[in-house]
Structure formats: C-alpha cells, structure tokens
Design a protein around this ligand. Sequence first.
Ligand code: ADP
Ligand code: MG
Length: 254
Amino acid sequence: MAKIVAVFNQKGGVGKTTTNINLTTALSMQGYRVLVIDIDPQGNTSSGFGIDKYKLEKSVYDGIIHGDNLKEIILTTTFKNLHILPSNPDLAGAEIELTNLTQRELCLKNAIKDIEEFYDFIFIDCPPSLGLLTINALAVTHSVLIPIQCEYYALEGVGQLMNTISLVKQGLNPQLKIEGVVMTMFDSRTNLSNQVVDEVVDFFKEKVYETMIPRNIKLAEAPSYGQTIFEYANTSKGSKAYLALAKEFIQRQE
Ligand code: ADP
Ligand code: MG
C-alpha cells in the first residue's frame, strides 16, 4: 500500500507546490511509483507539470465530489513512474459543495481507496487554507510534510498549523504524523535565514530535514515552462537540493 504524504502549511507562498513537484519527481527518478494529487483549486502543481488545467475534461474535483473513477482522471507525465491527479478551477466550488455531502471530510479518502495499491508514495499538494479540502487531505494522509520559508515571521501560523494537526488527530485521523519540516528559500549568506533555521529547529527538533532548499531562480522559472527543475535546469542548486531531499526522505522511511 502507498504511503501518503500531504504537503501542508496553510500559509501561501512558502514552497509547498515547488516542493511537491520536485520532490515527487526526484522520488520517481529513483524508481518509486509516485502519484501526485493536486487539491489546490489554483492548480499550480498541475500546470507545473505542463498540464493545461483549462483543457481538462475531468479533474480531482470529479473524483472527490462525484465519486468518478480516478483511473479515468489520472494523467501520466514525462517521468515514467510519476502520475498526477490534476486540479482545475472547478475545485474552488468544492469547498462549498463538500459541506452538503455526508462524510464530507472523507471524500478524498473514499476516492483514492481503489488506486492506492498502484503506488509507493502518494503526495497531496494542499491549498493555502484550512478549509474542507485541506481537512480531506489531513484525514487520509499518513503524514504531513511542512515547508517553512526562511523569512521574518516564519513561525507565525505554526501554532495554528499544529493546532489543526492535533484536532485532526483527536478525531478523523489518530495516526497522523509529522513526516518532516523542510526549510525553503534558504540563503546561507544572510543572518536572517540562519536565525530562522535555528528557531524552527528549536521548535521542531529532529523533524527538520538537514537538506535545505536554497533560494534559486531556476526553481521559480521552471513552472512557467511547465517543467520540473530536472527538465529545466538539471544541474542547478535547486535540482541538487531536491534530489538530496528525496534521499533524506527515503532514509527516514527505513
Ligand atoms: P505555495 O505552494 O506554498 O504557495 P510555491 O511553491 O508556489 O508556494 O512558491 C511560492 C513562489 O515562490 C513561487 O513563485 C515559486 O516559484 C517561488 N519559489 C518557491 N521555492 C523557491 C525557491 N527555493 N527559490 C526561489 N523561488 C522559489
Ligand atoms: Mg501551492
């Protein structure tokens, strides 16, 4: 059965999508069968893989809300072991539609039941909110991977994030774990980045990955070409960092 990991932080712009795209690609390049589920209505993970979200016949929305068979919605990518369950703007309405469904927190869990066996890892890219879509992700996932941006107020919102995790553990998903915390947009030349890392390590201890993702312009450019960092700039600092993160992630599974 697949290990499910939700990339979660209700703050926007901290590197969730960038981490989701490039970490999953790095894992697939190491031979793991990976499914990426995009449940952000903005669909940035989908477009980052070169998928035109406006031309999709069906998306994760149809799986979650209508219970459509995911095998007909999942797309292949240029990477052999990497599949994606894409999102499109339809999903924005799902937050409201979900409120009227029975088992509204478990719709994603029910949707992916039949496909889990085909993958080693399933990664879920969460939207920047604590709405029902995020709750659906937290209800089904085994663990959360938390990206934290190296900036002022990095820990702002972390209390709320931990609170949400503990509420979900009390009810929907008692086994929920923190997979790890990854520092993003790190700049080793600045005191600020180093201070932020110290603060985050104080808080999350050994959960913080040794691998830090540097601020790297190639990582920001790649999605506009619909490419992962491994296609767009395979020798960049960004690509090396995500490969290293994938290795560290795998080591922690053992
Ligand atoms: P989130 O999904 O949390 O909103 P994104 O992954 O979309 O965050 O990142 C926010 C913005 O920062 C995007 O424009 C992205 O290209 C850019 N970005 C993310 N990680 C890096 C990085 N390591 N270096 C430079 N730019 C980055
Ligand atoms: Mg995002």
